[in-house]
Design a binder for this molecule. Structure first.
Ligand SMILES: Cc1cc2nc3c(=O)[nH]c(=O)nc-3n(C[C@H](O)[C@H](O)[C@H](O)COP(=O)(O)OP(=O)(O)OC[C@H]3O[C@@H](n4cnc5c(N)ncnc54)[C@H](O)[C@@H]3O)c2cc1C
Length: 105
């Protein structure tokens, strides 16, 4: 659950759904001067996504038209050994999409 309590998002008119700040692929909220990145957006709640959302937000603030592609999300489980994946879940694939799997020994 995104931790957005006490940020007064309603007060500044930022759109929130189920506690998550709604952002587009440019990390923009519905308020033009406010961006959001990380778990507060409730998208993937992964460290890798938070980092890229932050970079995308900063680049857009700096005037660079930057966006995140949520179809290419890398996921790393910081376990030992680590587990990683990239791409969309098989359940979200359209029938014509190829599914590639590889294993690193
Ligand atoms: C137990 C656990 C295991 C996880 N394992 C993985 C994993 O294996 N792989 C993975 O990719 N992700 C994992 N995650 C998720 C990952 O930690 C988060 O997705 C990532 O930290 C999100 O970054 P963030 O910057 O959005 O939030 P955070 O890292 O939570 O940073 C938010 C910061 O904002 C501060 N803050 C909060 N409220 C305020 C306020 N009102 N004013 C000022 N500052 C405030 C907090 O103190 C905190 O420092 C795990 C999370 C947990 C809890």
């Amino acid at each position: 659950m995104p931790n957005t309590e006490g940020l007064n998002l309603e007060g500044v008119g930022v759109e929130v759904r189920n506690g998550a700040i709604i952002v587009d692929d440019h990390s923009r909220t519905n308020v033009p001067s406010i961006y959001a990145a990380g778990d507060v957006t409730g998208k993937y709640m992964l460290a890798s996504v938070a980092k890229v959302q932050g970079i995308v937000a900063a680049e857009n603030v700096a005037g660079i038209n930057s966006r995140i592609d949520y179809n290419l999300v890398p996921m790393v489980v910081f376990s030992d050994p680590e587990v990683a994946s990239v791409g969309i879940a098989a359940s979200r694939m359209i029938p014509s999409t190829w599914l590639l799997r590889c294993r690193i020994p």
